[in-house]
Design a protein around this ligand. Structure first.
Ligand code: SF4
Length: 275
């Protein structure tokens, strides 16, 4: 175990799995599935990743380990957690541990382990400017949602404020010239962890194709880029940019003048890492 732990990327779970399965070392491998099985088997309260609950689960894992066949034992428990003792709908009728399972005896096996308290969601209103120059999309480095990703110019809009005016004030070179026009293109919704964004998107029409790029280029995190659609594939960009560009992509539901101002909901956001 100690030698395996010196290898890069090998944590306690992987080291225990390799040691027991490949070398027959008598050590319990405790992943999320196994922790769930043991939490239910012994009706251990609390979060099995933390504090006293974690200590109880680790003690249960060590006590339960078949020391003659630790590799088989660990693999069997992992499979049981992955295929039978499912997080929301455990298949207790097919479980070989059902007779001894205290969570099942309680009548609510899915209540174990305790679910993590959810953070309250925060609603954030944004305005976005979609401007094109000579076939390229004007992009900046995101400083609001995911720093470093490319996105169209964004600004947070206060409750009750005019989104277009806020965008013009924040990005004067982008949309603030007298002849520039902001046309509502729709609203997209996006979520990052507990933050729920509602983004009002405006298409920016400039006075001529030779308009100069915006002056606002020195602020950290807002360096301007002009990219072709095909060049975007090679750049770090988030789902929000895809949703915004899809608003007026040829053939999309939102394409054409008839969709101005229509609200669209994008695809479900990816789950946060760490699950
Ligand atoms: S009896 Fe049900 S809750 Fe208990 S370990 Fe088996 S599948 Fe999980």
């Amino acid at each position: 175990m100690e030698e395996l732990r010196t290898l890069p990327g090998i944590g306690p779970y992987t080291a225990a799995a390799i040691a027991s399965i490949a070398f027959g070392v008598s050590v319990a491998a405790l992943d999320g599935n196994v922790a769930r099985v043991l939490s239910r088997l012994h009706a251990i309260p609390g979060d099995p990743r933390k504090g006293a609950s974690r200590a109880s689960v680790e003690a249960a894992a060590a006590a339960f380990l078949n020391r003659r066949l630790p590799g088989d034992h660990n693999q069997a428990l992992m499979e049981l957690g992955a295929l039978v003792c499912l997080p929301r709908s455990p298949r207790c009728e097919a479980c070989p541990l059902a007779r001894d399972c205290r969570a099942l005896a309680s009548g609510r096996p899915e209540a174990f382990p305790a679910s993590r308290p959810r953070k309250p969601t925060v609603s954030v209103r944004l305005a976005a400017g979609l401007a094109r120059r000579r076939g390229r999309v004007v992009l900046v480095e995101d400083a609001i949602l995911v720093p470093g990703h490319l996105v169209v110019p964004l600004v947070e809009v206060a409750t009750g404020a005019d989104a277009g005016k806020t965008l013009s004030a924040a990005w004067p070179g982008l949309a603030g010239r007298p002849a520039a026009r902001l046309t509502p293109a729709g609203t997209v919704r996006h979520a990052v962890l507990e933050r729920r964004y509602s983004i009002e998107v405006f298409e920016v029409t400039e006075e001529s194709a030779t308009s100069r790029v915006p002056r606002r280029r020195a602020t950290p995190g807002t360096g301007l880029r002009l990219l072709l659609h095909e060049e975007l594939a090679r750049e770090p960009r988030g789902g929000l940019l895809r949703k915004i560009l899809a608003l007026n992509a040829p053939g999309s539901d939102a394409a054409g003048s008839s969709r101005r101002g229509r609200s669209r909901r994008g695809p479900a956001p990816p789950k946060p890492p760490g699950g």
